[in-house]
Design a protein. Structure first.
Length: 135
C-alpha cells in the first residue's frame, strides 16, 4: 500500500486517512497481476446490490482498492466525469459500511475517499462501478 500511496500523492491525489491496509487490502495476490478493468455505468440511480448483480452477470468481480489505485494512477483524470466506486471490499464499523471511491475535490484534485457501502445505497446516475477480471 505504501508504494501506491506515494505514487498517488506524487500525482497530487488525496487519500482519506480512514483508508488503511488493514481495512481495505486482502492478502492473496502478490507481484504483477494481469487484469482487465471495467467501468459500469447505469445512467440511473443504482444500488450497490444491482452493481454486484451486473458484475456476476458479466462474470467479473467487484474491484477493490488495488484496482482503484491502478485506475487512478494510470488515468488520473478519470474522476472528472464522475465518481468511480470499488465494491470489492466493504469496511464496516459502528457508523455503517464504507467502500473506497475515486472522486474529485475542487480544492484538492483527485481523491480516494470513503463512500456508502450499504447494499441498498442508491448512487447518482453518473456514478461508475469498477469491475475486474483477473487473468
Amino acid at each position: 500500500l505504501k508504494e501506491w500511496v506515494e505514487e498517488w500523492q506524487q500525482l497530487g491525489g488525496y487519500l482519506d486517512p480512514e483508508i488503511t491496509q488493514s481495512r481495505f487490502l486482502e492478502k492473496g495476490r502478490a507481484g504483477v497481476v494481469k487484469v482487465t478493468l471495467f467501468l459500469i455505468d447505469f445512467d440511473i440511480c443504482s444500488l450497490n446490490v444491482e452493481a454486484l448483480a451486473e458484475f456476476a452477470r458479466r462474470k467479473i468481480q467487484a474491484a477493490g482498492l488495488p484496482e482503484l489505485f491502478a485506475l487512478g494512477i494510470a488515468f488520473p483524470k478519470v474522476y472528472l466525469r464522475s465518481s468511480v466506486v470499488a465494491l470489492g471490499k466493504v469496511w464496516s464499523d459502528k457508523g455503517g459500511s464504507s467502500i473506497p471511491m475515486l472522486t474529485g475535490y475542487a480544492s484538492r484534485g483527485p481523491g480516494i475517499a470513503l463512500g456508502n457501502g450499504e447494499p441498498e445505497y442508491c448512487w447518482p446516475g453518473d456514478t461508475r462501478f469498477l469491475g475486474v477480471r483477473y487473468w
